[in-house]
Design a binder for this molecule. Structure first.
Ligand SMILES: [Zn+2]
Length: 494
């Protein structure tokens, strides 16, 4: 019996020695970090929090992601310096510290991260379970002051939109309506008993898409962004706002409109001076980068002028809390001195680029197969993604081009109007035989405007008859100095 018992004892002792020999222990690899991220666009990656706090000893992690933002996730596994061996993520060779894309399916996606020491020895396996869910119908909120809430769509998933609900005396104001697919109106009703009006920071779909859930509300929006809205959503409830307007909801809450054209022509900030709060949408970024590179954005000099006006308006405030359009982009908390500083830093960034003192890093983004060149400039808290070809508004630029039917229905040209782009198309139903065209020159000192050769006036409507089929309308602006610029609008009558 004795020898028989001794053999396995020896064998197990031998194995014991092999696996945890101090020399091998030193080479047993562990992760020093594990990061999960997703790409919102091809130039913007955001971090997805793990449900568990990372520590090298914890081998099991979970995370939840929203299906509409994440067909794949990006996993970065870090290994402490000094160790050598191999790293595999789902059986594919990976490099420590280098992001690896992992495709997701609906439901729980198991990810295995296996570290094997170079000299042989035990492999270490970390498990990550990524649950891909449809969160598009869910909302999340938190109180951020008396009668104030931050609301996020997509159940608060990190790549969502931020909305704000602020109560006044008899009415509440909802800033932006996001692009979730759930019942936002019912969610808002649970937070406030007051009737709700809606203020939209700018006409991008991620900020207004659920506005039709509030049929009783007055909707405040700059008319310069009307060309961004689906015509079906535009109706008489819209109250067009401009720089200097005030929305007073009582209970000491007044929101002054500060126009900051840039990200869109109609971008505004809603400033509550008494409470030192500003709802900023995407107008000055959310503390990461402001998107100013699209051809539909205003030129950088218009943006600078708006930033200067805003900066002057808040100069005397001791601090400012920015309620931003996308909280997940916030790199530092934007309240107090930092809230003011972001606006100042953005102004400095725009100024330096325009003066030629700062040249942003070249970058490119591809959307729907079309590449857009851009530059990335950073100053302090501010990040500016700008279009190097759209820095200064042309002396013969239109500031806006309004087209409507005789009975006042907006005709929406495509693409979205900007001073930078000169070619547009629009479609009207067969019954529309005439439209009113209102070109507004950006520079007041321009010499002349003509529509199809006929003299027109900046800001005044001119009638144009439409035949069936395509109708070309040429709007030419003669500047005080420099070359004539012609905008071409082709209106198709069905
Ligand atoms: Zn946005």
């Amino acid at each position: 019996m004795m020898p028989g018992n001794l053999v396995p004892l020896c064998m197990s002792a031998l194995f014991f020695c092999l696996w945890i020999h101090p020399a091998h222990c030193a080479s047993a690899l562990q992760l020093s970090g594990l990061e999960l991220a997703a790409d919102k666009t091809d130039i913007e990656r955001f971090v997805i929090p793990l449900h568990e706090k990372f520590s090298p000893e914890n081998r099991n992690y979970t995370a939840t992601v929203d299906a509409s933002y994440t067909s794949y996730v990006v996993i970065t596994a870090r290994v402490a310096a000094g160790g050598h061996g191999s790293l595999k993520i789902n059986d594919t060779e990976a490099q420590p510290g280098e992001p690896v894309k992992v495709r997701l399916k609906p439901g729980v996606n198991p990810v295995r991260i296996v570290l094997s020491p170079g000299g042989g020895g035990p492999a270490t396996t970390y498990q990550l379970a990524v649950d891909q869910k449809d969160l598009s119908r869910e909302y999340w909120s938190e109180p951020i002051g008396k009668g104030m809430w931050r609301i996020q769509d997509f159940g608060g998933f990190v790549s969502n939109e931020d909305m704000y609900l602020i109560e006044g005396k008899d009415r509440a104001l909802l800033f932006d309506t996001g692009m979730g697919r759930g019942d936002l109106a019912a969610y808002v009703k649970k937070l406030t008993r007051l009737p709700v009006d809606v203020a939209i920071t700018h006409g991008n779909r991620d900020h207004f898409l659920q506005v039709d859930q509030f049929p009783e509300a007055t909707v405040y929006l700059s008319d310069l962004d009307v060309t961004r809205l689906p015509p079906a959503l535009v109706n008489s409830r819209y109250k067009w706002i401009k720089d200097g307007d005030v929305i007073d909801i009582g209970a000491g809450r007044k929101f002054e409109v500060l126009a900051v054209p840039g990200h869109s022509l109609g971008c505004v900030i809603f400033l509550d001076e008494a409470n030192r709060i500003a709802v900023t949408g995407d107008g000055i970024s959310s503390g990461s980068m402001v998107y100013m590179f699209a051809p539909t954005c205003a030129a950088l000099d218009q943006y600078l002028a708006g930033l200067k006006r805003a900066e002057a308006r808040i100069r005397r405030l001791s601090g400012l809390t920015l309620l931003v359009g996308h909280h997940y982009q916030e790199k530092t908390p934007l309240h107090g001195a930092a809230g003011k500083q972001l606006i100042t830093d953005m102004r400095i960034a725009a100024e330096k680029v325009l003066r030629g003192e700062l040249e942003g890093k070249p970058a490119k983004t591809v959307r729907d197969g079309r590449a857009t060149e851009l530059r990335q400039a950073n100053v302090g808290l501010a990040g500016l993604w700008y279009n190097p070809k759209n820095l200064v508004t042309d002396p013969a630029a239109l500031g806006f081009l309004r087209v409507q039917t005789a009975d006042g229905r907006a005709v929406i040209p495509r693409p979205v109007f900007s001073s930078f782009q000169t070619g547009y198309t629009a479609t009207v139903p067969a019954g529309v035989a005439q439209v009113e065209i209102t070109p507004t020159a950006y520079h007041a000192d321009h010499k002349a405007i003509t529509i199809n050769g006929k003299e027109a006036k900046s800001g005044a409507a001119a009638r144009a008859d439409l035949k069936k089929g395509e109708n070309a309308v040429e709007i030419a602006v003669t500047p005080a100095q420099g070359a004539v610029r012609t905008y071409r609008l082709v209106i198709a009558r069905e």
